[in-house]
Design a protein around this ligand. Sequence first.
Ligand code: AMP
Length: 278
Amino acid sequence: MKVFTQISEIRAERWQNASLSWGLVPTMGYLHQGHLSLVQQARAENDRVGVSIFVNPTQFNDAKDLEGYPRNLERDLELLEIEGVDLVWTPTSEIVYPPLFQTYVEVEQITRLLEGAARPGHFRGVTTVVSKLFNVFQPHRAYFGQKDAQQVVVIKRMVEDLNFNTDIVVGAIQREADGLALSSRNVKLSPEARQQATCLYRALTQAQAAYEQGERDADKLRRMMLDVIGQASLAQEDYVSIAHPETLAELDTVEDRALFSMAVFVDGVRLIDNMLIP
Ligand code: AMP
């Protein structure tokens, strides 16, 4: 496994193996089984697998959140070595954003909703850094987790709108045994908050069950999710949403397809989760 910081080193390795298929897994590090499931899928579907580890400052709108983001590069590299990754890019912020940097990629309407409304500028940072990753690696396929449902919708939109020559592959949400979606942020939960953090998954599964029993009124389904969250004393919702899976517009009635999603602060730690219906 080769680990490089410089763009020129990544490019050289990529183009020495130009005729092979490349899969890329972008990450912010502090890897868990959610990331590794994407790596495993990339490993199975490509000749070469690249991973980037970069805590991207432009997608954080809160300096404290950026500073407090968990990091453990040594352990991450050990895990990636075990998975048989070929190439890892661990750039510094100065390499990705040199002093005169001033060019951003912005997807419009769909980034103003949900996570975009709660975290202004977040997706501008995501699409900019992902564009740069695609230009550096020029991967045939790039792997993203359904955990970040809106990110998937936004990246797919960007790839189509800007004609990136990369297929977007989406991996299923990996969860703990009690349903909590794996996240690098879960380490910040106190034992009690960790227990209560299952309220996100419980809210989603209860709404899903109600949908399956015939409930189509989106407001009733939203209220059902809010009730479950309300029962957890340490939990405070940022938003709950029942939206169209592509436009992300809030629905009045769930016809055939919907994205149930939410962001919840559990003891101050912001967690997100979602479920695609059906
Ligand atoms: P991050 O390091 O949080 O930026 O995540 C890197 C990639 O891993 C993103 O595409 C995430 O959607 C994906 N990911 C994070 N957590 C999970 C999870 N629990 N299941 C599946 N994919 C995940």
